[in-house]
Design a protein. Structure first.
Length: 195
């Protein structure tokens, strides 16, 4: 971008203005020739204006909490119903009487798993539909370490055992038992019909 030259008329107008103006600093020597004008400072580009914008409008409202794994009973209650809904409702209310029961409470994992497999497969072979598996609620550990451990080893392990082979083919529905049959310390296991 080239600067344009001043016309004679503009130079004459400038001289008239300078004759009428008073010097700001008379103690400084007056130069013979008019000094060149300083380069104009670059103008700031105007900031973009955003209508309807507020600071923090897209920020999350609350600090996000850690997504912890839900408890076994919560995940079982949230699982979809595979069996007859009417029978499921009666079972949840404790109105269906279990046809068999096994008490794993107090057993170690290495003895509880084979006992559960034997019990469930035998019950299915006998034509039973609803059995009760008692695990106990478990106890709190004396020294909780840095890694949280779920309360009740068998209570957390039994639903997993029922969802993997060889028991997965026999089990139709697993849900926490009604309080009259042990509550959170027991599970209703609804079996598929034997073949």
């Amino acid at each position: 971008m080239t600067r344009r030259k001043l016309t004679e008329e503009e130079i004459e107008l400038w001289r008239k203005v300078t004759k009428q103006a008073e010097r700001l600093h008379p103690e400084l020597p007056q130069s013979v020739h008019p000094t060149t004008l300083p380069k104009p400072k670059p103008t700031k580009t105007p900031k973009m204006r955003l209508d309807g914008f507020e600071i923090g409008q897209t920020a999350p409202a609350k600090a996000t909490r850690h997504a912890l794994k839900p408890s076994v009973t919560d995940s079982l209650r949230a699982s979809p119903v595979q069996m007859d809904t009417k029978a499921f409702g009666r079972m949840k209310r404790g109105k269906l009487k279990p046809e068999g029961r096994i008490d794993l409470h107090g057993m170690r994992i290495d003895t509880a798993h084979p006992a559960l497999v034997r019990f469930v497969l035998t019950a299915q072979a006998q034509g039973k539909r609803l059995v009760l598996v008692i695990t106990g609620k478990g106890k709190d550990r004396d020294e909780p370490g840095p890694i949280p451990t779920p309360r009740g080893v068998l209570r957390n392990q039994v639903p997993h055992w029922l969802s993997i082979p060889p028991l997965a083919q026999a089990v139709l529905q697993v849900t926490p038992a009604h309080i009259s049959h042990g509550g959170d310390g027991a599970y209703y296991v609804y079996l598929r019909r034997g073949r």
